[in-house]
Design a binder for this molecule. Sequence first.
Ligand SMILES: C[S@@+](CC[C@H](N)C(=O)[O-])C[C@H]1O[C@@H](n2cnc3c(N)ncnc32)[C@H](O)[C@@H]1O
Length: 276
Amino acid sequence: MSREVSNNLNGSKHDFTPTYNNRWPDRYLRAHRQLDYVIPQQARAVFEPLIERCMKARRKKRLKIVDVGCSYGINASLLNHRISLDELYVEAATRTGVLSSRDIEKHKAYFAERPRRDDLSIIGLDPSVRATHYALRTGLIDAAVTSNLELADMSDAEASLIRDADLIISTGCVGYVTDRTFRRLYTAASASRPWVGCFVMHPFSYDGIAETLTAFGLATQEMPELQQRQRRFSTQKEKRTILKSMKQSKMDDRYERSTGYIYASFHLSVPIAAPG
Ligand SMILES: C[S@@+](CC[C@H](N)C(=O)[O-])C[C@H]1O[C@@H](n2cnc3c(N)ncnc32)[C@H](O)[C@@H]1O
């Protein structure tokens, strides 16, 4: 049974939203570093083997990935360039760091100088237009879908970008996005039946999204052994609210109680094989 949890936990959740839609990524990176936001780095260790598995199963040498809530291309920089999140944090931490500069050529060069795997095409989905524009300009993502799928369908041009997607991923975004986004996204991508692998911060529920994906013929599994640290609690109030909500939802809160970190659970949905 799904329990609705408001996306800002009734005002107790730390508010990162002023950092989401800026021209440059440094404010986002500094704000997230302060709370030791580590989920993209932790997620990479799960996404990389998942990408290999998905390639094998789909017999493909190149995958098209949709990153839901792609922001400034954080997951793309980690997956495509194997840059660590700490490296990004370092470059954004001081005024002299490359990612604090206001010269786009310096940003482009920073990423261009790094080896890039050439077997992933990453499409970013995020209504934060300035952030996705940054990810595009720096070449971190190949294309962007900026319609807010919580509110409306995407355009035909956007739908054509994701029509042949192989894998949908997400970190730090479920809560802002719900089954509404996944219904619209999967409707556009249903011909290629992409796998879906999402990290979901506690206490947000994935039930509604999993139910939606079931209707598209996917089986969803939560994999408790792959849960990862998302970030530290920001305040005692936030901690109390999250633990209370987790208790009400009968979630295992032992990790939150003993580490001071909020965790994210991992859910994988794959198409149920057609009979015969
Ligand atoms: C905490 S950030 C996570 C960014 C990135 N995935 C990461 O882990 O570093 C949340 C992201 O969700 C995006 N977001 C908010 N509402 C959204 C929506 N309706 N559809 C897609 N993305 C959304 C925000 O713009 C922001 O980039």
